[in-house]
Design a protein around this ligand. Structure first.
Ligand code: UT7
Length: 316
């Protein structure tokens, strides 16, 4: 379990933004083209509708531009772009190249792919770059899962969707916001959720569900321990938005009430890399987070990966 050295240069969020495609597809609409119902999808997943459309680069540029505008900074002052995506627009080059150009950045740019855990991987990597001397890093989580979804498969088509969330983090003089973090992966579980290059998603939903709860709880406990906090000191949990029943089961095991969770999946479906920033910045927009709050981000995904981080909101 990594413990952040006291001497490490810290960072905090100075701007953020999100993007969702305009086109909305409701459960009702899906039930017209496949053997499912609005009631089943709501009860078994919590999802009511999802946003579909755009490319990974176009959504990333939209959320990234909002984050830079909110931060009120010159794009040329950004030292690196880290883009988390499992749905790149091209095999080569990395989608971050198109995003870097689209945002007018002149800095290093690379993609991170850890499926639905990816945003937390990218965010911690961004903090690591700042610890190594960078001043500002743009971290984006974007996925366009609708492009790799088989729209005749009710097992997956009801879940997956598109979206993006971005944040600018900046070096600070104090300890910064990141208090503890954890990364995990178990490649022996690759067959539970995969898409071949050019193919669509295949998923053993029941098994992913079962393991998701366990690995989320395990990762969250490691981050809590690293940050020196207990579960009841967490003010808000921002879990990967896959299925509300997975979130309920994980929170129950962590002994954190559902009233302390950020949930947007009823509106967004599962947007993979975008799901944690969409939920986090929605909670912030709705004044559910105040300065000094302890926020636990926790994701899981194909790989199977897991990642978590404890953030002290607005800490410099
Ligand atoms: O980012 C990670 C991504 N993946 C996940 O997080 C997925 C995790 N898994 C899940 O969220 C859930 O397992 C699903 C939502 C995929 C499925 O829910 P479930 O409660 O595990 O359903 P089930 O597979 O046990 O199926 C229950 C019943 C079955 O019918 P019978 O055998 O009881 O007659 C299924 O055939 O529901 C049926 N069913 C459906 N019915 C209507 C399965 N999918 C659907 C559907 N609409 N879309």
């Amino acid at each position: 379990m990594p413990v952040i050295p006291r001497s490490a240069i810290g960072a905090r969020f100075i701007g953020w933004g999100t993007a969702l495609p305009e086109k909305v597809v409701t459960n009702e609409e899906l039930s017209k083209t496949m053997d499912t119902t609005d009631e089943w999808i709501r009860e078994r997943t919590g999802i009511e509708r999802r946003h579909i459309g755009g490319t990974t680069a176009s959504l990333s540029i939209e959320s990234g531009r909002k984050a830079i505008q909110m931060a009120g900074i010159d794009p040329l002052s950004i030292d690196a772009l880290v883009l988390s995506t499992t749905t790149p627009d091209r095999t080569v080059p990395a989608t971050s190249a198109a995003v870097q150009h689209g945002l007018g950045l002149r800095c290093g740019a690379f993609d991170v792919n850890a499926a639905c855990s990816g945003f937390v991987y990218a965010l911690v990597t961004g903090h690591g770059l700042i610890a190594m001397g960078m001043k500002r890093v743009l971290v984006i989580g974007t996925d366009t899962l609708s492009r790799i979804t088989d729209w005749t498969d009710r097992n997956t088509a009801i879940l997956f969707a598109d979206g993006s969330g971005a944040a600018v983090i900046e070096a600070v003089t104090g300890p910064g916001q990141l208090m503890g973090w954890d990364f995990d992966a178990d490649g022996s579980l690759e067959e539970l959720l995969y898409a071949e290059i050019g193919g669509t998603l295949h998923m053993d939903g029941k098994e992913v569900f079962r393991r998701a709860v366990r690995i989320m709880v395990d990762s969250a406990e490691k981050s809590l321990k690293a940050s020196g906090l207990t579960a009841n000191e967490i003010d808000l949990v921002v879990p990967h938005q896959a299925n509300v029943r997975i979130i309920e089961a994980a929170c129950k095991r962590l002994d954190i009430p559902m009233s302390k969770t950020a949930i947007v999946l009823q509106e967004t479906g599962n947007t993979s890399s975008a799901s944690i920033p969409l939920a986090l910045f929605d909670a912030v927009a709705n004044s559910r987070v105040k300065s000094g709050d302890n926020v636990l981000l926790v994701g899981f995904g194909a790989g199977m990966t897991a990642a978590s981080a404890v953030i002290k909101w607005n800490q410099s």
